[in-house]
Design a protein around this ligand. Structure first.
Ligand code: FEO
Length: 167
């Protein structure tokens, strides 16, 4: 049985994961609008990952006989100044999510909830990947700079990402 405080925090994280999903979905639309379908494909895979993250916690709450509460989700931003700015925002978002997961783990530890700690270990490992893949994208876009040829090549490269793959 989940404690009330842990159940509340897990429900909040379901919302946070779906917010992240919507941020990346907004980026899909923005990249498509910019004529950069490869980056849009990458972000679509990221969007799908966030949905699985949210559902993983959703299912965990149900499995623990907890009460799922679907909370209102803030609207995401819709525009970014450049592809680099979009990926920098994604990287910042992932760092923020890592902190949320760490805080959740600390709470599970405090509540002595072993099952929640084990479930969150998957997320802790996943966040290492999420930060690394968005940081790598930022680094590549910085290298490309204002070279439109390099951006074109990167767009093609990013377009090969499949759903379920790290970028
Ligand atoms: Fe679910 Fe990208 O954090």
């Amino acid at each position: 049985m989940l404690t009330q405080s842990l159940q509340d925090a897990l429900n909040k994280q379901v919302k946070n994961e779906f917010y992240s999903a919507n941020v990346y979905l907004a980026m899909v639309a923005w990249f498509e609008d910019q004529g950069l379908p490869g980056f849009a494909t990458w972000m679509r895979a990221q969007y799908q990952e966030e949905l699985t993250h949210g559902l993983k916690i959703f299912d965990f709450i149900l499995d623990r006989d907890g009460k799922v509460v679907i909370e209102a989700i803030d609207a995401p931003p819709l525009e970014w100044a450049s592809p680099l700015a979009a990926f920098e925002a994604a990287y910042e978002n992932e760092k923020a999510v890592s902190k949320m997961i760490d805080d959740l783990y600390d709470l599970a530890d405090k509540e002595n909830d072993h099952a929640t700690r084990v479930m969150l270990q998957w997320f802790i490992t996943e966040q290492v990947e999420e930060e690394a893949s968005t940081k790598l994208a930022v680094d590549k876009l910085k290298l490309a700079g204002s070279d439109s040829g390099a951006l074109f090549v990167l767009d093609q490269q990013f377009g090969s990402r499949q759903a379920g793959e790290d970028g």
